[in-house]
Design a protein around this ligand. Structure first.
Ligand code: AMP
Ligand code: MG
Length: 516
């Protein structure tokens, strides 16, 4: 296994001077050196051929003992210095102080074909940032992260990636629903990959420590490596950097709305400075269209991270990032103007995205989109099925679509909304007729933004239940299915269906917690 190593984070930024691995507050450092825990009996479950190639490895490498050893934490790749990052953050709206990589260990960075990647193990043991926890991850949540991060990439949503999924051979104690029913589960490790795992919280930690020098070092590092087009470093550049992060974050929120992804834990330590989806925990996929839905039981009370609130929370988090960068800029006005821009741009971007889903060239009227969203909600329409089926809509026969509406709805009284749908679809038909777009072109464009397959919550759970018994065939099946989420895959039609009844209230399908 030959990697083109190219470490930058642990070379260019300050290290914690203490190298012993015990839980502590870490001042004046961007990271602490740590060694992954030695796994008891590691075995490889799955790897991503795409990611393998991206980091410059081959299928032969993936089957080697060295691959298993390096990506299970058993062996440290020569001439590398694994480390855990320091960061802080707001959790559920409250300042939580130092957090950091409590169970993520960055192994090294590689550069392949001009692309920079950081490879990181999630679940490889304690670090100085583990607080009261064990630094480990269980198979259940590792499968969820592994499958979903690769699926998101193929959906065209910015995301961290996954290279491999291994079992450690060790057992991990978890109280899945925090209700006093702790049990042992299989330990697992995902090797996550991204250009960088820097989060808003990495900036916040230096701001609260009033460590201006390191705040500047981290910001300069981030711009130099990941926003190099911004050029020379100056106050203006920091403002432009903030603008770029704001734009990427807003685009990410719109993508999540487009595919029906609910992150579940949008704390500031879980927002990527590169605008990537990061930290797949109690996330979920919207099935019946409900803006109030959150999969995270830890958030069931205030539902801060519900589907319909994600864009607003994105803004809230950006405000915290703005506060963290303020000492470098010392002028609130440009930051406020950029945040105002997020608010003004949100609606047109949302309407543009929804219009794309409707196959419209010209953005629809906002009222029309609001009416659609109200109807989707009231009639408990499955987001994915509805929009994918919509490409079959015949503008010359709008009422015919009723059958497909029935097939896409979870409601017992859909009939109550029939009249409203007829009115809505008649207007939709008029718009389509007026646009007079080539039908095949319209269908093609719709099918590029309306996925046929997403990782429904119950699908991941089926893969987990089988994997718990040592059967990884569903993990493999879903992994392959989700490589082409926009393509018709007739042999996989069974995954293009409503959530089965049993999944509505099953733990893991609709109820998840941060325990992972
Ligand atoms: P999250 O919001 O789930 O991404 O995690 C919040 C913080 O808790 C981060 O600093 C994580 O590294 C840390 N954390 C979560 N689970 C564990 C664990 N099992 N062991 C150590 N730290 C953890
Ligand atoms: Mg996190």
């Amino acid at each position: 296994m030959k990697l083109n190593l190219n470490d930058t984070f642990n070379r260019e930024l300050p290290a914690d001077t203490i190298t012993e691995n015990y839980v502590r507050q870490v001042p004046k450092a961007a990271f602490s050196y740590v060694t992954p825990k030695t796994p008891g009996n590691p075995s490889l479950i799955h790897y991503s051929p795409n990611m393998l190639e991206a980091v410059g490895l081959t299928e032969v490498d993936a089957k080697s003992e060295e691959f298993l050893n390096v990506f299970s934490g058993k062996e440290i790749y020569p001439e590398t210095n694994p480390y855990a990052m320091a960061y802080a953050g707001h959790q559920f709206g409250n300042w939580a102080g130092q957090l950091g990589d409590g169970r993520a260990i960055n192994l090294f960075e590689v550069n392949h074909k001009g692309e920079q990647w950081t490879l990181q193990l999630k679940g490889a043991g304690k670090t100085p940032y583990s607080r009261g926890a064990d630094g480990l991850a269980v198979l259940r949540s590792s499968i969820r992260e592994y499958l979903c991060s690769e699926a998101m990439f193929h959906l065209g949503v910015p995301t961290t990636r996954a290279l491999s999924l291994v079992l450690t051979g060790d057992e991990v104690l978890r109280d899945m629903l925090y209700n006093g029913n702790a049990a042992y589960e299989k330990g697992a490790i995902v090797c996550r990959v991204a250009p960088s795992f820097i989060r808003f919280g990495n900036f916040q930690i230096f701001m609260v420590q009033q460590d201006l020098e390191n705040l500047k070092k981290l910001t300069d590092y981030t711009i130099r490596h990941f926003y190099p087009h911004l050029g020379e470093l100056s106050k203006e550049t920091y403002v432009e950097f903030f603008r770029a992060v704001v734009e990427r974050t807003l685009d990410l929120m719109i993508h999540w709305e487009r595919v029906g992804f609910v992150h579940g834990v949008m704390n500031t330590d879980n927002l990527s400075i590169l605008g990537l989806t990061i930290d797949y925990g109690p996330y979920g996929w919207l099935e019946d269209y409900d803006p109030n839905w959150t999969p995270n039981t830890t958030d069931a009370g205030q539902k801060r991270y519900r589907f319909g609130n994600q864009a607003a929370i994105g803004l809230w988090n950006l405000l915290q990032l703005g506060n963290a960068l303020f000492p470098l800029i010392e002028d609130a006005a440009p930051l406020e103007e950029i945040l105002d821009g997020y608010q003004t741009n949100y609606l047109p971007k949302h309407v543009r995205m929804m219009s794309d889903k409707l196959g419209l060239k010209t953005p629809a009227e906002t009222d029309f989109i609001v009416e659609l969203e109200t109807l989707l909600y009231q009639s408990e329409m499955d987001l994915t099925l509805f929009f994918r089926n919509l490409s079959k809509f015949d503008e010359n026969n709008p009422t015919e679509f009723w059958t497909l509406l029935q097939e896409s709805s979870y409601s017992n009284n859909l009939e109550n909304f029939r009249e409203k749908w007829n009115i809505f679809l008649a207007v939709y038909a008029e718009i389509l007729i007026a646009e007079n777009r080539e039908k095949s072109e319209r269908i093609e464009s719709m099918n590029r933004v309306n996925p046929k397959y997403v990782l429904r919550n119950y699908m991941a759970q089926l893969a987990i239940d089988a994997a718990d018994e040592g059967d990884y065939s569903i993990v493999d099946e879903l992994f392959n299915l989700l490589l082409k989420p926009y393509d018709e895959q007739p042999e996989s039609e069974k995954w293009f269906a409503k959530r089965p009844d049993w999944a509505k209230t099953k733990v893991g399908c609709s109820m998840l917690s941060c325990s992972s």
